[in-house]
Write a protein that binds this ligand. Sequence first.
Ligand code: ZN
Length: 247
Amino acid sequence: MLKVSATAIAGATVFGEDVFAKSQSGDEGRPRKVLVIGGHPDDPETCCGGTMLVLKNAGFDVTAVYLTRGESGIKGKSHDEAAAIRVEEAQNACKVLGIPHIFLNQIDGHTELNDEEYQKMREFLEQEKPDIVFTHWPLDLHKDHRACTCLVLEAWKRGGYKFELYFYEAESGTQSQLFIPTDYVDITEVVDKKMEACNCHASQGMDKVFGVWHSTMELFRGIEFRCKRAEAFVHLRRTGNDFIPSL
Ligand SMILES: [Zn+2]
């Protein structure tokens, strides 16, 4: 069970067993590596930005990964025009968070699930060797979000379950459906910085969207976790009977 706050990560209080409570060093003494993989520029920041900051501040090596460049995300703009704007917004958001970012090469609104894309995600994750991956909750009404999850989930399985896998929620109720958290992170201390990063995504009307969706979700999850503001996750655990590489 992952139930941590910024102070907990610094060693004050940790509730139950969780991967964050263990040493923040991974194999060979390197910082534990965290990838937050989202379908579009703004998904990692809005869904997981507080947790990214909490982890980064605690010494984890955190990177935002975008499956697409948001090519279809601005009405009246061509794919190239929209991508240029949204890449810059993501770069600015990551600068605020103080983390690096990586763009993969799918197209917003046209993400594909095929053997080649599954292989590419598997190779990417094998190369990056993360200790922890966050990605979209699978039951999501946005097809790019679902595609992102499918690619990561398959790579996790075929790669031999080498990282801890957490799902985050995106605009629960309209995008994520039936999301029932197993784990929470108290983001109260970093919420202003998260909002500053999210507001870099001006093309997405973030000044209106953040208050309506993300801020409300933080408050609601905070009530559940008994803190001011929280982000919530589902931790997918290996079941023990699913180590059949040929499936
Ligand atoms: Zn998205």
